[in-house]
Write a protein that binds this ligand. Structure first.
Ligand code: NAP
Length: 277
């Protein structure tokens, strides 16, 4: 496993596991539980979830799967924007803690910018930090202007990450948001790195996969992880998929391969408003 640094200096793996839609179907439960444990066993210890996922079902699955192994994982969860008032954030966090069967969340994110004034959410994050219920807080789906606004607020510079949509087909953040975060050594977590599977039939990915005796999913993921700075959060619902994604880290994508991918998936030449899924 490779690691990157949070602003605090703590190391987290560059490859985590997403859990959107996990815990929703009883017949998939065993596979999903095994996928989570396989991820944690093999260093993919950062687990991304949210109160929104399955109305708490993903958090419950994580709590049950980890059992006594809570400290082996770094759990990221998220509060919905319409819950993100001073009191609502604390209540949402308490509910997530109960579902996750833990007394702390490693990183707690505002899921996307909403109508509640950010000051209120920040006050709540601060109270949760002081109570030891969260270890870090961050944001998700914040574009550059949202980040500027956040950093201008009292306490805003304590933000520990921004989680955004990023994959070969969604490169808009490379124009401004990604360099903005890099300049401030603020980690970027890339969600939907496989474009929810839609990238996997792409002919260029299939060609490169054949060249490396790999799979398109591995090539797409390796591309997101090409600089060891961005954290990628693919969702995989079986241990087989988890293992396949983990071994993507070993693929040696060359400058020639990257240039070939640039031709098919060109980097942005101007500002593109941040996209969301
Ligand atoms: P994704 O990770 O891009 O793609 C997930 C899909 O890829 C699933 O259908 C999965 O199938 C498939 N897959 C995984 N490994 C594979 C492999 N080795 N071969 C073939 N297919 C494979 O999409 P995502 O779930 O939207 O994004 C990942 C995570 O990011 C989410 O789960 C969530 O934690 C987070 N997220 C955050 C936000 C936000 O607003 N902050 C938004 C969206 C997502 P199986 O399930 O069958 O393995």
């Amino acid at each position: 496993m490779r690691y990157t640094e949070l602003p605090s200096g703590e190391h987290v793996p560059v490859l985590g596991l997403g859990t959107w839609h996990m815990g929703e179907r009883p017949e998939k439960r065993q596979d999903e539980r095994d996928a989570l444990l396989s991820a944690v066993d093999n260093g993919m210890t950062l687990i991304d979830t949210a109160e929104m996922y399955g109305d708490g079902a993903a958090e419950e699955l994580i709590g049950q799967a980890l059992g006594g192994r809570r400290t082996d994982a770094f759990i990221v969860s998220k509060v919905l924007p319409h819950h993100a008032t001073r009191r609502g954030t604390v209540a949402a966090c308490e509910n997530s803690l109960r579902r996750l069967a833990t007394d702390y969340i490693d990183m707690y994110l505002l899921h996307w910018p909403g109508a509640v004034p950010l000051e209120e959410t920040l006050e709540a994050f601060d109270a949760l930090l002081r109570a030891g219920k969260i270890r870090y807080w961050g944001v998700s789906n914040f574009d550059t202007a949202d980040m500027e606004e956040l950093l201008a607020l009292r306490g805003g510079t304590a933000v520990a990450a921004n989680q955004v949509l990023y994959n070969l087909a969604r490169r808009g953040i490379e124009f401004d948001l990604l360099p903005w975060c890099r300049r401030r050594t603020l980690p970027v977590m890339a969600y939907s790195p496989l474009e929810q599977g839609r990238l996997l039939g792409d002919p260029e990915l299939l060609r490169l996969a054949a060249e490396y005796a790999a799979t398109p999913a591995q090539i797409a993921l390796r591309w997101v992880l090409r600089d060891d700075a961005t954290i990628a959060l693919p969702k995989a619902g079986t241990p087989g998929h988890v293992r396949e994604l983990q071994s993507a880290l070993d693929l040696p994508l060359s400058p020639r391969d990257l240039a070939a991918l640039d031709r098919v998936f060109p980097p942005p030449e101007r500002k593109v408003p941040l996209e969301m899924i």
